[in-house]
Design a protein around this ligand. Sequence first.
Ligand code: MG
Length: 154
Amino acid sequence: MSEFCASLKQITNTIHEMAREKGFWPEEELDEETLANRILQLWEDTGSKPIASKEALQEIITETIHLARESAPTNVGEKLALITSEVSEILEAYRHGDPSAEHIDGFRATEEEAADVLIRLIDFAHHQGIRLGEAVEAQIAYNAGRPYKHGKSV
Ligand SMILES: [Mg+2]
């Protein structure tokens, strides 16, 4: 593994762990059968008692909704849109004359938003099993052999 890939892997783990802690990823993605079994387990954990009250039924419904939300499959389109929204924030920073960053002292707004793009991209790539570091190195090697402007006008 190259030094670049090793460094990227290390920071990727930090980024992804933090994203999980902040609620950007479900604890796990459950299929319907597993989800149903988890709900049945909740009922068994209470002694498999008959559901004899509205409150007991409400508790099971609430827990079911909670589990379903927590285990929702990843919306790839939404995750990609969040990356592009950070790109738009770089443009907005330029449109406002690139003021000081809002949240990180000593940086420009464009730097802050570029960092957001990279953090979201790294996190997304990790979750999707994309070999980002290796692909970057391969793409750089490929680009090195391409013609001026990659043979295009822009
Ligand atoms: Mg941002």
